[in-house]
Design a protein around this ligand. Structure first.
Ligand code: NDP
Length: 327
């Protein structure tokens, strides 16, 4: 029987345990996938620990992404054995997700894995890398190229941050990495950062307009940090905002928007249309090499270990990404 992390509720508290489940227990959907790898994302850690209202129906198998092979399909678009990847769509929130040896999903949620990537590569990249690519593409679409000036990446030691640094550096940008773990500066420089700054310089409310410093930014932390990043973005620059690791709030003023014409571009990976997903994954397949994956995703955990790691991830004690092997 396939193994899974199963989340249940007991008097308002979330209980997480690894369980063998019969296949018939999985909610029905067009495509059944043998999951080869999943990952532990920030959202998964919120679901497993119950520290955030991620899970909408109970019981739940968490896991907002997975990669594996089609086991059976009632949809002709997916042949048995085809490698596929899934990110988002409410999987692991409203539908059973990827932290299990098996998953079921509607065909339109799945994309074909680009041939250059293995299922392990795909999940080493995971939703974090895919979201980082969406952010990089938002900068490019706005015409902010490597010659525009420094690009800031916040949450640098996190999953999104690490991939944003690597992808931007590979494209020739000069990347400044902001982190609370400055002792990890050598690692961030190896990933591709040109300079590392202490996130404490951005964490507290600052002036509405600050010295113009960033041509663009990828922000995964929100809060006062995002407000400060906008306040220090150069005329016509763009900030791609995708996360809330510091806070969901945005204590900002309109000054950078109306006086410097900056753009705050929201980036969502969960409901992104198929064409945007495919474009991001194709770019990832071209641009992410084995060395980058080793640097950014150094560990593979079991389902049991993933439960234990969830709290550490939320506390910012895990560097980079966490692959999960559900077998
Ligand atoms: P990680 O936990 O891997 O990384 C988050 C990083 O944020 C930490 O490593 C830390 O970096 C930094 N951080 C943590 N707490 C604070 C704080 N109080 N103040 C400032 N910085 C802090 O998470 P991910 O990279 O996977 O995800 C980051 C965010 O992006 C999350 O909020 C997640 O929900 C969101 N996200 C959104 C997506 C979307 O579709 N919009 C998709 C994927 C993720 P350091 O130690 O370097 O300071």
């Amino acid at each position: 029987m396939p193994r899974a992390i199963l989340l249940t509720q007991d008097g308002g508290a979330t209980l997480a345990q690894v369980t063998d489940l019969d296949e018939v227990q999985w909610p029905d959907a067009a495509v059944t996938v043998e999951v080869e790898y999943s990952t532990l994302n920030y959202k998964d850690a919120l679901a497993i620990t119950g520290r955030g209202p991620v899970v909408r129906t109970w019981p739940m198998v968490p896991g907002i992404d997975f990669a594996g092979r089609v086991k059976s399909s009632t949809d002709p678009r997916f042949a048995i054995g085809a490698p596929v990847v899934l990110n988002g769509w409410g999987v692991g929130e409203t539908r059973w997700g990827g932290l299990a040896a098996m998953a079921r999903a509607p065909a339109e949620y799945l994309i074909d894995l680009p041939p250059a990537l293995t299922t392990k590569d795909a999940m080493a990249i995971g939703t974090a890398g895919y979201t980082a690519m969406l952010c990089v593409q938002a900068l490019e679409k706005a015409g902010i190229g490597p010659d525009a000036g420094d690009v800031l990446v916040t949450g640098a030691n996190g999953g999104v941050g690490g991939f944003a640094i690597a992808l931007l550096a590979r494209r020739g940008y000069r990347v400044v990495a902001s982190t609370g773990r400055t002792e990890e500066a050598p690692h961030l420089l190896e990933v591709g950062a040109a300079e590392v700054i202490d996130r404490a310089t951005l964490s507290n409310p600052g002036k509405p307009l600050q010295r113009e410093r960033w041509a663009g930014a990828v922000d995964s932390v929100g809060g006062a940090t995002l407000a400060n990043v906008c306040a220090a973005t150069r005329y016509g620059g763009l900030v791609a905002a995708c996360g809330l690791a510091q806070s969901m709030d945005l204590p900002a003023s309109v000054a950078p928007f109306i006086l410097r014409g900056i753009t705050l571009a929201g980036v969502d990976s969960v409901m992104a249309p198929l064409a945007r997903r495919q474009s991001a994954w194709e770019a990832l397949a071209r641009e992410v090499d084995a060395d980058t994956l080793r640097l950014l995703c150094p560990r593979v955990l079991s389902l049991e270990d993933a439960i234990d790691a969830a709290g550490a991830l939320l506390d910012g004690r895990i560097r980079g990404r966490v692959l999960v092997d559900p077998s």
